[in-house]
Design a protein around this ligand. Structure first.
Ligand code: G4P
Length: 523
């Protein structure tokens, strides 16, 4: 296979969902199809207890978070599939968002009974901003949920994206008979042996064979719905899917392994191949046109194995091929080095990787060399990929060293963890107290743990709570007197002014009183 064919076979995506929608279950089914795991229950370390014996970072053990399945890879129908994990709400952090910078598409799993939930919405917004294609899997059809039309409407209204149902449920819950597959033009029956599972459609779109299902009200309801979709629904457009403006919707039940394979096969046909990325000087690095190795670091995972005190920098390969032993240059410093140790993450194993190509994720052992957003290149041409966006934090914590004698280590630790992207740094205007910002509580816990273990500093943490952070377009017009308890003025790590508002109300009130101040949020 040529390098180009190798690259074009890649599909790299993340599954986004609210906790409990069924992400783990669906991931597991996908890995089973791909032959990457043999038993169900392998992915869900927290419940099967499989990882309890391994020595992962203590905090992860305590909280039952599994970091081992950060990247999963398998082969299916000539494709090489990379699934990047985006953890659930209690382990939610900026990493979760940044992971979405490293994929080419996203699969959104929705619980049919719950519809669009908070976490899904947050993650969706990040995908939308990047314009990446989103494929929707509406799960748990074996249970009674919302009406399918209602779900489609909710999707369109809450998320502001057009939806195109690729298939449609016939019945639901106890009366779930199967799905009407608009795309493959067949009906797939629920809980039916493989040989009889698929029923063909006739030219008018009805079942072409005699079948007891045909006389049920569920079938006629589904047919009515489909007629409606055909006449009044969105038009199918691959172009719009590619631009992230239209989401193809699939129904199914991950737990009973129904509709997952059909989803996977259809998804793989439409999911984008590894996409180009833009450099800081606005050049496109196209994986197919540019043959030299390049990639960027989107995540740094500390202490995956405390026995080695290692850190792993996760690299999304943008172009070319990685080979173990090759020379790489870190664009930020211009330093070159030979990469002898690298890992790939496959379900619960970490394997040494010898080769990987654009679209793949590799892990580089890191002894403090890398920062989030760093570019590594293999060829002579040096360039830097566009900076990864900074995300607007929602949670704040005032921190200080418990022991004032440790001020030096305290600042060193914070500086490094901030550079690594573990947490965001802010300070108050005159007193220069340190405030840390995060998008998820876990970031504070990891911070506290690492300060103690890696920098030997115990930190005092006082919650400042939820705030709405807003940056300012016209900083010169800001006066310090505008700062109050409900609209606190602070500085970020680049010395930009930021208002931390108590809540939406406080922000609106501020804006009404100070119409000339132009506020904006980061991603
Ligand atoms: P998550 O990773 O998105 O958090 O969800 P996960 O797959 O862990 O699924 C959450 C719960 O929903 C699990 O039940 C799982 O078995 C169930 N589930 C997933 N897909 C389906 C489905 O298609 N139909 C039905 N009826 N249930 C589904 P649990 O009781 O919380 O966990 P477990 O003890 O069964 O593992």
């Amino acid at each position: 296979m040529t390098l180009e064919q190798d690259i074009l076979a890649r599909r790299t995506f993340a599954i986004i969902s609210h906790p409990d929608a069924g992400k783990t279950t669906i991931t597991e089914k996908l890995l089973l199809f791909g032959g990457a795991i043999r038993d169900a229950g392998t992915v869900k370390g927290k419940k099967s207890g499989k990882f309890a014996t391994s020595d992962w970072m203590e905090i992860e053990k305590q909280r039952g978070i599994s970091v081992t399945s950060s990247v999963m890879q398998f082969d299916y129908n000539g494709h090489r599939v990379n699934i990047l994990d985006t953890p659930g709400h209690q382990d939610f952090s900026e990493d979760t968002y940044r992971t979405l910078m490293a994929v080419d598409s996203a699969v959104m799993v929705v619980d049919a009974a719950k519809g669009i939930e908070a976490q899904t919405l947050k993650l969706f917004k990040v995908c939308k901003m990047r314009g990446i294609p989103i494929f929707t899997f509406i799960n748990k059809l074996d249970r009674q949920g919302k009406e399918p039309l209602e779900l489609i409407e909710e999707l369109e209204e809450v998320l502001g994206i057009n939806a195109y149902p690729m298939n449609w449920p016939i019945g639901m819950g106890k009366e779930f008979l199967g799905i009407y597959d608009r795309y493959n033009k067949r009906v797939e029956q629920f809980r039916t042996e493989e040989a009889e599972r698929f029923l063909p459609l006739d030219e008018e779109g009805g079942l072409a064979v005699d079948h007891p299902m045909k006389v049920t009200s569920y079938y006629s309801q589904a047919m009515d719905d489909i007629l409606l979709l055909n006449e009044a629904g969105n038009e199918y457009s691959e172009e719009k899917i590619r631009r992230g403006e239209l989401t193809p919707v699939f129904f199914g039940s991950a737990l009973t392994n129904f509709g997952v394979q059909t989803f996977l096969e259809t998804y793989l046909q439409f999911a984008p191949t590894p996409q180009p990325r833009i450099t800081e000087d606005e050049q496109f690095i196209d994986p197919v046109e540019y043959n030299e190795f390049s990639g960027f670091i989107f995540k740094i995972q500390a202490n995956m194995n405390p026995a080695h005190r290692d850190r792993i920098a996760f690299v999304r390969i943008v172009s070319g091929k990685f080979e173990r032993g090759m020379n790489m240059t870190l664009a930020r410093t211009g330093k070159s080095f030979k990469v002898t140790q690298s890992t790939q993450f496959l379900a619960d194993d970490r394997e040494i990787v010898d080769e990987a190509v654009a679209g793949d994720i590799i892990g580089l052992y890191d002894t403090g060399t890398y920062q989030i957003g760093d570019t590594v290149v293999g060829g002579k041409k040096a360039f830097q990929f566009e900076k990864l966006p900074q995300f607007t934090p929602e949670l704040f914590m005032r921190v200080s060293a418990k022991n004032v004698m440790k001020a030096k280590q305290f600042h060193k630790g914070i500086l490094q963890l901030v550079q690594e992207g573990a947490i965001q740094y802010y300070k108050t205007l005159h007193t220069e107290e340190v405030l840390l910002g995060a998008v998820g509580q876990l970031q504070f816990e990891v911070f506290e743990h690492r300060m103690k273990n890696e920098y030997n500093v115990e930190v005092k943490m006082e919650p400042v709570g939820n705030k709405i952070a807003r940056w300012i377009e016209n900083e010169d017009d800001v006066k310090e007197s505008m700062s109050s308890a409900r609209s606190m003025l602070v500085k970020d790590r680049f010395d930009n002014l930021v208002f931390l508002f108590e809540n939406e109300f406080a922000m609106r009130w501020f804006s009404e009183k100070n119409e000339n101040i132009k506020l904006y949020s980061l991603l």
